[in-house]
Design a protein around this ligand. Structure first.
Ligand code: NAD
Length: 411
């Protein structure tokens, strides 16, 4: 994944004719911390897990990025995700740099108390790097509002007072924001409807396919269904379900439980594999699970008009070229899934100001920021004759480069 992030960066840097010294710096993280996290298991034994926190860049302000708990987390993946966060925040105009963290663990294998001890010890280990003015964490794959609450509490216990602004995506009771839970999915639907308008397509006639049914995938399916579009299929790690007449998403959500009741047991459609799902004819395909799902092996078989990347890094470099040849309109990850960090920024602003907004305010401001970023990216792509992905990356990278050049080289 790090190779993918660097290859994308190199191509954008070439097109921007980026200063070679700056290029060397931005290719690598600014700081990376590897931690060993020993925790006592419920049976009395002790296990040690590997954890990471990477800050890619802090030229514009504190770094910002999620924390992932997944058995395949590694330093390269976390560094790639941190780099993408830098470009994403710059693209949509937030005063942040990019960061990411993670623990190499399958959280579903831990009891609740083991998960809490793991989260708290991880937070204590990375505490020297994080803080509301330094580096702000958020949920990602395998983490949620509860994990953020434990991180916030652990950090606050260490400094001796409540510090809500050290994490976003936390429960409302401790300074979370209205509208954060479904912000990424809402942003995905905002940019889908911008793209539909651009291509003269109607939302009410659209067919949508969503891979992944976690925070991003489930809310995307729910909100796009509310617009009148038909959601033909959704999937999770165990497989997918399909209904040619459109899935009844509210019923599906009320029956689904990722631990006890799989999608194909919810009786709203027929089972389908993840690979079949990616190849369904549809107006919009939303990969909202893990990275590198669209590769040379399946890219030529995609049958969508729009690819809206809810996940980070779902498309490989080689697959990107195939999608371009096929004329698929790609809404790249750093634009399509930026709703999460945009509302995280709102949450942080509210925490710092101790003044909270209404949910309608949050939705309106999210819509204004993400739609304008979409329009700017389309214009950039047209003026510079590059793909939407290249346009988004080049805009983000250029902003960071300008910040570095203005600040100069210390000492
Ligand atoms: P999540 O853990 O809530 O959900 C992940 C979903 O993907 C689950 O339904 C899981 O079963 C499914 N999945 C896992 N492996 C799969 C596979 N091989 N095939 C199909 N489905 C699979 O995670 P999330 O927060 O929804 O994040 C999903 C993606 O969106 C990640 O790439 C993440 O980095 C990105 N993202 C998340 C946010 C956010 O606010 N949560 C913001 C921006 C980007």
């Amino acid at each position: 994944m790090f190779r993918l992030a660097v290859a994308q960066f190199e191509e954008a840097a070439d097109r921007l004719a980026l200063d070679p010294r700056l290029r060397e710096r931005l290719k690598l993280p600014q700081r990376a911390l590897i931690v060993s996290i020993p925790i006592r298991m419920d049976d009395g034994s002790v296990k040690v897990y590997a954890g990471y926190r990477v800050q890619h860049d802090t030229a514009l302000g504190p770094s910002k990025g999620g924390v992932r708990f997944h058995p395949e987390v590694n330093l390269g993946e976390v560094a790639a995700l941190a780099m993408w966060m830098t470009w994403k925040c710059a693209l949509v105009g937030l005063p942040y740099g990019g960061a990411k963290g993670g623990i190499r663990v399958g959280p579903e294998k831990l009891s609740r108390s083991e998960l809490e001890r793991l989260t708290r010890r991880y937070t204590a280990e990375i505490a020297p790097l994080i803080g509301p003015e330094e580096d702000i964490a958020a949920p990602d794959v395998g983490t949620n509002a509860q994990v953020m609450a434990w991180m916030m509490d652990t950090f606050s216990q260490q400094v001796g007072y409540a510090v809500p602004g050290v994490v976003t995506g936390k429960p409302l009771a401790i300074g979370g924001s209205l509208g954060r839970e479904d912000a990424t999915g809402r942003g995905v639907v905002d940019v889908i409807s911008e793209a539909m308008q651009r291509l003269n397509l109607k939302m009410a006639e659209a067919t949508v396919v969503v891979q992944g049914f976690g925070n991003v995938g489930m809310h995307t399916a729910r909100i796009v269904h509310q617009t009148g579009a038909k959601v033909l299929a959704v999937s999770d790690a165990k497989g997918g379900i399909y209904n040619s007449g459109g899935l009844d998403i509210p019923t599906l959500i009320s029956r689904y439980n990722s631990k006890t009741r799989p999608l194909d047991d919810c009786k709203v459609g027929e089972s389908m594999t993840n690979e079949e799902l990616l190849q369904l004819p549809c107006s919009v395909l939303v990969p909202a699970a893990l990275s590198e799902q669209i590769t040379v092996r399946n890219a030529a078989r995609l049958r969508c008009r729009i690819l809206a990347e809810g996940a980070n890094g779902p498309t490989t470099l080689e697959a990107d070229r195939i999608l371009e040849d096929q004329g698929i309109f790609v809404i790249p990850d750093i634009l399509a899934n930026s709703g999460g960090v945009i509302v995280s920024y709102f949450e942080w602003v509210q925490d710092v100001q101790k003044y909270f907004w209404t949910e309608q305010d949050i939705r309106d401001r999210l819509h204004a920021i993400i739609s304008s970023a979409f329009q700017r990216t389309v214009e950039f792509a047209q003026t510079r004759n590059v793909s939407m992905r290249m346009a988004a990356l080049m805009s983000g990278i250029d902003k960071i480069a300008q910040a570095h050049l203005a600040r100069g080289l210390y000492p």
